[in-house]
Design a protein around this ligand. Structure first.
Ligand SMILES: Cc1cc2nc3c(=O)[nH]c(=O)nc-3n(C[C@H](O)[C@H](O)[C@H](O)COP(=O)(O)O)c2cc1C
Ligand code: SF4
Length: 1492
């Protein structure tokens, strides 16, 4: 029979061991190699005992037991596919320090289906042919998987080396009492054809002496007998595990030095030279490849062939233990680039093992080694091959050396993938697990024990700590505590032992409650104190208990794993944990982004959650920190409490790109959770035991397989019974909904059509729109009305809701399409355009059409961007003509730059359209209703009722019933929104938009009690998205309130004695005021005025209480409402009032319709107010008729006259404001249209007292005062910095929890500032320290931001604001950070520069009075405005349009430098840019758009 790779290994084994095990499988028979042996030299002069084991009979358990009992030098001959199942036994073998050497030949595996093969123990036996041949490749994955078991690992690249290292392995195993694994590639081992020198007779005795054997035996006797059967099964139940008595393992240095020493002996004997880590190449190499010796031969060959002068190769013979020091010593310090060459059968793992070892070496070495490298880290690349390594060609290596690596990942050939990693600090790049580790630290604090992460920042950063490693040692720790419990139990029951009664009681209580972390601590602490007292008198087991007192506390044991485990659950640590039944928690991170999820069904991740739930007694949770912080928190706590294995699957998408932004991570998370790809749930078997439902769904949708599991287990029906509201989304899995989509859409179109048809004649017209905002859609609706008036039947829909084939059936199709992005189709027209633009033929010759486009010829201002103007409509028109459709009339082009924006062109185009359809001009019929449509809607609404109540009852949709209702709800403080991050994905899946509601709470003056704060906090968790927004107008806002939670939300708010009425809508809104009435008596009087005025101007309709609070005022009768101030049409537009207290203009008095500036008497008491009118921020890009305006000061009124004055200003606007054009309806336009003098006269005519001359006052700034301040009455106030007003918990800054804790003990108030921050007001001196400690604990004390950051403010924008064109709240902090380095460098750290950002020109964060403002134009592009007044008194002006982030930084950096160098004393940035001519001052709203 032919010789195989095992023959030489068998020879070596025979020569150097006392017992040999061969592991046979159907495809591999190492026992035959033993049978063939002729040379009988053996180390002990007796033939070793040979045992043949079968691969499928857990052979390593027998080997481990035998080595433990007999303590013989043991050799094993096996193929690598038997290693994975052996992991627990390998750990054991290593911990008992047996001198076992496992000789493995790497096995070929089908890379797509390794698990099955392994389980069946029947790996394919095809000859190694390299990769790409039906996916069968020799796999080193098995070898890598056992690298942390405590075995030393040697690898070789040819048969001679394998033989030589086999002898060295055995000698090193004996001399260090460390088990070894000696691995060789099957191809290299057997088939090299080279003659092997088998000189073991001479070499073996030189390597291993009798003395070595004796010394090893002595060390072995220190290892006591162990109870083997129980160790991995139920350690927590008390069976002892004696492995903890094992002597500590040999150190890395010890093993490394020993191997090096033995190799030197070998060389002396044979002349054959090896080094544990072997460098080949020039001493000044610039590039060095690093490879395990196994699999390196082709690389070696290719490098030699390439003749590169400055390229070297490191071959690793001794891979474990990994010596960072020796690795660095082997590497020439001239190296600039290290290419780690490694097999990677799966493309999913972010980093491969050797790459991690190499990278970590640069971070974790001693000071000496660091000095040698002078802190420089070469660029480290990961070059992966998918085959055996044997088929890497010379060309591949050449390509690797010459490539510029422009992209993060590129493939040189299908088997060779290089992945460069940032040279500076490759591992710290990833903070994928940081948020979860921070949470674990926060929740469990001292009890936390992360076994394989050791509380490091990153689990990846600690390459030597893998889950497999951690598992073994965790089991040991669990067992040790169990033994301690046993000791305690025996001690308290020992009647011969004298124990003081209190101690016995404490110990007994502890024993009973040792699994409960709190009680274990309490009774443990008692026991420790008592033991301490009796310290000297302790005897026997009590003394032993005392020395082990650290075991009293119940640790929270965690292992952290990666999503790569999901490809092979059975062989990863997951399976071990589940089957151990031990009280161990496993946190498994999944970093695969939703948008890059693996679609290949052949190579799918297994669902670990389902796998574990099927197991039964395992706690399982699926969480996502960027979706729900509190759900993660609950899951971690429950996992810890669960007495048994827990698995927490944690999502943290990490897109494969440099500088991943938090927004990307957030969006990926939302997509994953919303689509049901990553459902949030908890499965707690402990609840089932209590008769409760074990499954709790924490998100809305689930994926199909989970649904099937729940159906099978009957839990689904229970969930639906308990929560009928979620039934609809829950039971509609993604798949079934996608199928239903077409049917539903067709039906909807048909229904709409039938409705519209009602009795109409004439040619049918199909009106299709593409619209991102509402302009194009609005025109489409107007066309439908126009068609009705002309007796035409018409129907309309978004372009994407029809297929292009539908065009062939139509006679007349009218398109109204706007322009989005940069010359792109709006989102609801993209699919349609994709199909149409690809079509080469379409039967539309009978179809007549017309296109009206909406665009803005100045949206992208550079000349070369003119192509983007109205591009979609132009392209659509041309394509339809190309396909043979017949134009009814020429393309119409609406332009925002025209006098009346798109209306200008529409007015010409629309009549032509009707004529082309054969309609005569209408006679006697009004084309457009003269009455304002909005007024009509208000009148029809019956004092703001509409059909809101009916809409709330409809559970088939997440939105309100009618468009009018969405406007009416604003008067109730509610905005219907949809999550824009999810729009496209939901559309793809045929789902309606992700509707939810924003609810704004009216908080006059921004004052809330601690009880109200607690209520808001809890309402946000129970009915909204878990966060609380403090707004720019001193209100609370809840986001993400689902329709089914809306009523509950409003009721809870009212229960807390706050409400939402008139928080939005065409009424007076929340009245703002300087937030701190305790600062002085004056502030208090002002605040009282604000509250009174707010109450005075409230709408009086009872609709609010009727709809939301179920309070019908007049039982049994129709309610007749009356609005004494507003009348049935309310105001033309929103109306905003503020009250300022100089010198602080924090409320931005000039930015509001009506303002009151407090004026004092000489004694400091309140005399009255200067009145300001006509401020306002909103405008529309490109529409010069819209502009921001700062208010005029019109005079002074006394305190007693102020409420009446406020009322009358509002009534002038009620009567004269423009009700026809909402874009022109604010008070600022009423005043500018008629003149300020007219306004004063009109106002005066309504007042019984004269308005006096304005009195002098002085503002200094419009910012908040942070930190502690003391009021006149000696009470303290602390103003916290809340980034953009968003109160939330993050693992690093758990602000929301912190404020909740403060609210629980605080006796004063919470005050919302106009800049979205928060004052903990009215703190007694005696309570200040306590509050301060909580502020510190929850990171609310952090105020060391730059002046720029402290004075920055952003609106909400994406994802909820429907008007947002660009990010704002989620983006501003990172933009400011980019500017901060310059700000700090030039010494402006503490200088306040007001910076504001909004996602659209509407101006919610009052950008136009900021010194620097960014106003969203399109995704990632902002208009930059400069020159606003430092205290909000002057408008800024457009500096440059549509700048991207790098452009913004490039523009502002030199400007900030110049400001630092050239500013005058006390000169503010806004004034400076005007003085030096960077920007022209804006002197009035009307000239805001004048740039020259
Ligand atoms: C984010 C954004 C990007 C735009 N890009 C363009 C453009 O590239 N070319 C253009 O002609 N108009 C552009 N416009 C102008 C719009 O097409 C125009 O305002 C139109 O009236 C909007 O209609 P809609 O509300 O139906 O979407 C853009 C508008 C926005 C908000
Ligand atoms: S400024 Fe625009 S984007 Fe920002 S919240 Fe207001 S409307 Fe939305």
């Amino acid at each position: 029979m032919a010789s195989t790779g095992f023959d030489n290994l068998a020879q070596a084994a025979f020569a150097s061991s006392e017992a040999i095990f061969t592991i046979n499988s159907p495809s591999s028979h190492p026992s035959r190699a033993i049978d063939r042996l002729s040379d009988k030299y053996t180390i002990s002069n007796t033939s070793p005992a040979v045992t043949t084991l079968q691969a499928n009979a857990d052979p390593f358990q027998k080997i481990q037991e035998s080595a433990a009992t007999n303590k013989e030098l043991t050799s094993v001959l096996a193929t690598s596919d038997s290693l994975l199942a052996a992991i627990p036994h390998l750990f054991k073998t290593a911990s008992q320090r047996s001198a076992v050497v496992v000789h493995v030949e790497t096995k070929e595996r089908d890379s797509d289906n390794s698990t099955t093969q392994h389980i069946n123990g029947s790996a394919a036996s095809t000859k190694s042919t390299g990769a790409g041949h039906n996916g069968v490749v020799p796999s080193y994955a098995d070898l890598m998987a056992v690298r942390q078991t405590g075995f030393a690992v040697l690898t070789s690249d040819n048969a001679q080396a394998a033989f030589d290292l086999a002898l060295v392995a055995q000698a090193a195993a004996v001399q260090t009492s460390t088990p070894f694994l000696n691995a060789v590639n099957s191809a290299a081992a057997g088939a090299s054809g080279k003659k092997i020198v088998l000189d073991h007779q001479r070499v073996a005795p030189a390597l291993i002496s009798e003395l070595d054997l004796a010394a090893h035996r002595e060390r072995q006797s220190a290892v006591s007998e162990i109870s083997l059967s129980s160790l991995y099964l139920k350690p927590q139940e008390g069976e002892a595990a004696a492995d903890s008595a094992a002597p500590t393992a040999a150190s890395t240095e010890e093993v490394y030095n020993k191997v090096e020493e033995l190799l030197a002996v070998l060389q002396k004997q044979t002349g054959r030279s090896y080094r544990p880590i072997e460098y080949q190449g020039p001493a000044n190499a610039k590039t060095v490849f690093v490879s395990l010796a196994i699999g390196s031969s082709s690389l070696d060959h290719a490098l030699k062939a390439h003749h590169a002068k400055d390229v070297g190769l490191i071959k690793i013979h001794l891979y474990r233990p990994w010596s960072e020091r020796h690795f660095l010593q082997a590497l020439p310090t001239s190296v600039e680039r290290v290419i780690v060459f490694e097999q990677s059968p799966a493309a999913h793992t972010a980093w491969t093992p050797l790459f991690l070892d190499v990278s970590a070496s640069f971070h974790a070495t001693s000071a000496d080694d660091k000095a040698a490298w002078a802190g420089k880290v070469p660029k480290i690349l990961s070059a992966r091959f998918r085959g055996s390594g044997a088929d890497v060609t010379d060309a591949d290596v050449k390509a690797a050396l010459t490539s510029e690596h422009a992209k993060p990942t590129f493939i040189i050939n299908p088997h060779f993938v290089a992945q460069p990693v940032s040279s500076a600090s490759p591992l710290q790049e990833s903070d994928v697990d940081t948020p979860y580790i921070q949470m674990l630290n926060q929740v469990f604090q001292d009890r936390l024990n992360i076994e394989n992460g050791l509380k490091t920042d990153s689990v990846w950063g600690s390459a030597n700590q893998s889950p497999e490693f951690g598992y073994g040692s965790l089991v040991t720790k669990v067992a040790a505590r169990a033994r301690f419990a046993e000791l305690v139990s025996k001690t308290v029951q020992d009647s011969n032992l004298k124990i003081a009664e209190p101690l016995r009681k404490a110990l007994t209580q502890w024993h009973l409650n040792r699994s409960d972390s709190k009680l274990a601590k309490r009774h443990g602490d008692e026991a420790i104190a008592l033991l301490q007292e009796a310290k000297d008198g302790l005897v026997g087991s009590l003394a032993e208990i005392s020395t082990q007192s650290s075991q009293f506390a119940k640790p929270s044991h965690w292992l952290i794993g990666a999503d790569a485990w999901a490809f092979d659950i059975a062989n990863s640590g997951v399976h071990h944990v589940i089957s151990s039944n031990a009280d161990i928690n496993l946190l498994i991170l999944d970093t695969e982004p939703y948008t890059a999820r693996t679609q290949n069904p052949e190579n799918r991740k297994k669902d670990i959650g389902l796998y574990a739930m099927n197991y039964g007694s395992v706690f399982v949770a699926s969480v996502a920190v960027y979706s729900s912080y509190s759900q993660v928190l609950h899951a971690l706590i429950e996992a810890d409490q669960y007495q048994g294995p827990s698995i927490v699957l944690a999502y943290l998408p990490h897109p494969d790109e440099e500088n991943v932004s938090p927004i990307t991570v957030l969006k990926e998370t939302k997509l994953a959770v919303d689509t049901g790809y990553w459902p949030l749930y908890r499965w707690n078997p402990a609840l089932e035991e209590k008769g409760e439902e074990p499954f709790r769904l924490d998100s809305e949708r689930i994926k199909l397989d989970l649904q099937q599991f729940l159906e099978r287990e009957n839990h689904l029906s229970l969930i639906i019974q308990q929560n009928p509201d979620v039934a609809r989304t829950l039971t509609h899995s993604i798949e079934s909904e996608a199928k239903a989509r077409d049917v539903a859409l067709k039906k909807k179109a048909k229904d709409d059509f039938a409705k519209l048809m009602g009795g109409l004649g004439g040619p049918p017209v199909l009106i299709l729109f593409g619209s991102d905002g509402s302009n194009a859609e609005g025109l489409a609706k107007r066309l439908v009305k126009g068609a009705k008036l002309r007796n035409l039947s018409a129907r309309y829909s978004a372009m994407d809701d029809v297929s292009i084939e539908d065009l062939t059936l139509e006679k007349h199709v009218i398109f109204v399409v706007s322009t989005a992005g940069q010359g792109e189709f709006p989102v609801n027209a993209r699919e349609f355009w994709k199909a149409l633009s690809a079509a080469t033929e379409l039967g539309v010759s009978e179809t007549k059409f017309a296109v009206f486009g909406l665009g803005d010829s100045h949206y992208w201002p550079r000349e070369e961007d003119a192509i983007f103007y109205n591009r979609p409509s132009k392209e659509l028109n041309a394509k339809l003509i190309e396909l043979g459709a017949q134009p009814l009339i020429d393309l119409g082009l609406g332009n925002d730059q025209d006098a009346d924006a798109f209306e200008t062109a529409w007015a010409v185009w629309e009549p032509l359209l009707w004529t082309s359809l054969g309609c005569k001009p209408l006679e006697g019929v009004a084309e457009e209703p003269k009455k304002s449509a909005d007024d009509a809607m208000k009148i029809d609404s019956n004092y703001l009722r509409g059909t809101i109540a009916e809409g709330l009852l409809d559970d088939t949709t997440g939105q309100l019933r009618a468009e009018a209702d969405t406007k009416l709800t604003k008067f109730h403080g509610i905005y219907q929104q949809d999550d824009r991050d999810l729009r496209e994905e939901r559309k793809k899946q045929g789902l309606e938009k992700a509707f939810s509601f924003m609810v704004r709470v009216r908080v006059p003056g921004g004052v809330a009690t601690p009880a109200q704060w607690l209520a808001m906090d809890s309402i946000s968790d129970v009915t909204a998205n878990g966060t609380l927004k403090l707004t720019t107008r001193q209100a609370f806002q809840f986001h993400g309130v689902l329709k089914r939670n809306l009523k509950k939300n409003i009721q809870l708010i009212n229960k807390s004695l706050l409400d939402t009425i008139a928080a939005c809508g065409d009424v007076n809104r929340n009245i703002m005021c300087n937030p701190n009435p305790h600062q002085s008596d004056l502030h208090k009087q002002v605040n009282d005025f604000a509250t009174d005025l707010s109450a005075h101007l409230l709408p009086k309709t009872s609709a609010y209480r009727e709809i939301w609070l179920d309070q019908k005022l007049v039982k049994g009768e129709a309610v007749v409402d009356h609005e004494p101030l507003y009348g049935p049409t309310y105001l033309p537009r929103k109306f905003k009032i503020v009250v300022a207290v100089p010198p602080n203009n924090d409320v931005d008095v000039y930015a509001h319709d009506l303002g009151f500036i407090a004026i004092t008497n000489k004694d400091g008491s309140l005399a009255g107010f200067n009145v300001t009118v006509g401020g306002g921020m909103g405008m529309t890009h490109g529409n010069k008729k819209t502009y921001p305006r700062v208010a005029d000061v019109i005079g002074f009124v006394t305190t007693e006259q102020a409420i009446e004055t406020g009322e009358k200003v509002m009534l002038v606007q009620r009567d004269f404001g423009d009700r026809m054009n909402r874009k022109h309806a604010r008070l600022k336009y009423t005043i500018d249209d008629r003149g300020i003098e007219w306004f004063k006269t009109e106002l005066q005519s309504r007042l019984p007292f004269p308005i006096q001359e304005a009195r002098p006052f002085k503002f200094l700034d419009n910012a908040d005062r942070y930190g502690w301040t003391q009021g006149q009455d000696k009470m303290w106030h602390y103003c916290c910095y809340i980034e953009n007003g968003r109160v939330k918990d993050t693992p690093a800054e758990p602000h929301k929890t912190g404020l909740r804790e403060i609210a629980k003990i605080h006796n004063g108030e919470f005050r919302l500032t106009p800049n979205q921050h928060l004052i903990i007001a009215n703190v007694k001196a005696s309570e200040k320290a306590h509050i301060q400690s909580l502020l510190e604990q929850y990171k609310l004390d952090k105020l060391n931001y730059t002046g720029a950051m402290l004075n920055s403010m952003a609106c909400v924008a994406f994802p909820t604001c429907s008007l947002a064109m660009a990010e704002s709240e989620r983006y501003l902090p990172s933009l400011v950070q980019l500017l901060e380095s310059t700000i700090e460098e030039v010494g402006l750290r503490d200088d306040a520069i007001t910076i504001r950002m909004t996602g659209c020109p509407n101006g919610c964060a009052r950008p136009y009075v900021a010194e620097i403002a960014f106003v969203g134009k399109a995704f990632g592009a902002y208009n930059v405005y400069l020159g606003g007044g430092h205290h909000g008194q002057r408008l800024n002006k457009l500096y440059k349009e549509s700048l991207t982030e790098p452009e913004i930084v490039a523009e502002l950096t030199p400007m900030i430098r110049r400001y630092a160098a050239e500013r005058l004393d006390g000169e503010h940035f806004g004034d400076f840019v005007i003085r030096v001519g960077i920007i022209k001052a804006t002197l009035s709203g009307k000239t805001f758009h004048d740039l020259s």
